[in-house]
Design a protein around this ligand. Structure first.
Ligand code: HEM
Length: 193
């Protein structure tokens, strides 16, 4: 493969990763809100979320590999795991590495969920929310396609979808928090002699 082909492949896989991780975040929120995807049973949403997160992480492998193999820029295997150590675009590349490390932590604790316990798994799973904007900023900061029409629309669509879903998720939590004291009060009143 020529350096130019590797560069195109790195950019293409980066854009695909962004879309896949966006859908993973949306499905994760849908699972939490006990939402259903038309034509799928509820457990189908959970399965799709899990399968797609594995596929997205698998797709990240070629994105990273193309960047390392391409010798036009100097990105080492160490730069893939240690944030901000790279000589090439240390900040933007470092954010990609941080997102990758966080996603690895989410993936590993999900695969070992039985062993690490629900609390640890849940705490680490929150990192998935953090890794998504970090990966997005990485792509915008380092990407050659930043500023092109198609990339701008793709980025805007991903951000709009995640912000909307996150808003629904927060509204759902707020409603649940309001309902809990009212339910407790009703129970206490019912128990009065
Ligand atoms: C969750 C993690 C990551 C996601 C979702 C992601 C996504 C993206 C996106 C969307 C782009 C912009 C592509 C374009 O402009 O067409 C990009 C560019 C790039 N990414 Fe990542 N990335 C991630 C992690 C990494 C890591 C760990 C590395 C390597 C250490 C890396 C190396 C690069 C490079 C070198 C570019 C620049 C390509 C160019 O010259 O346009 N990325 N990435």
């Amino acid at each position: 493969m020529t350096s130019e082909t590797l560069w195109y492949a790195n950019r293409a896989t980066g854009a695909v990763c962004l879309v896949l991780f966006t859908v993973v975040v949306l499905l994760g929120i849908a699972v939490r809100l006990r939402g259903r995807i038309p034509g799928l049973p509820r457990f189908g949403t959970v399965t799709l979320h899990r399968t797609l997160s594995l596929s997205a992480t698998a797709f990240l492998a070629p994105h990273i590999a193309f960047a390392v193999i391409d010798d036009y820029v100097d990105i080492t295997v160490l730069d893939v795991l240690v944030p901000f150590a790279s000589e090439h675009q240390p900040l933007w590349l470092g954010l990609g590495t941080v997102a990758f490390d966080l996603m690895l932590a989410v993936l590993v604790t999900s695969l070992l969920r039985e062993r690490v316990g629900h609390r640890t798994w849940r705490a680490v799973h929150w990192l998935a929310y953090a890794s998504w904007p970090i990966a997005l900023i990485h792509g915008v900061g380092i990407g050659t396609d930043t500023g092109s029409d198609w990339m701008t629309w793709l980025t805007v669509a991903c951000v709009a979808a995640v912000v909307t879903a996150f808003g629904l998720r927060l509204a759902h939590s707020a409603r649940a928090a309001r309902r809990t004291p009212a339910a407790l009060l009703r129970t206490a009143e019912g128990a009065r002699p």
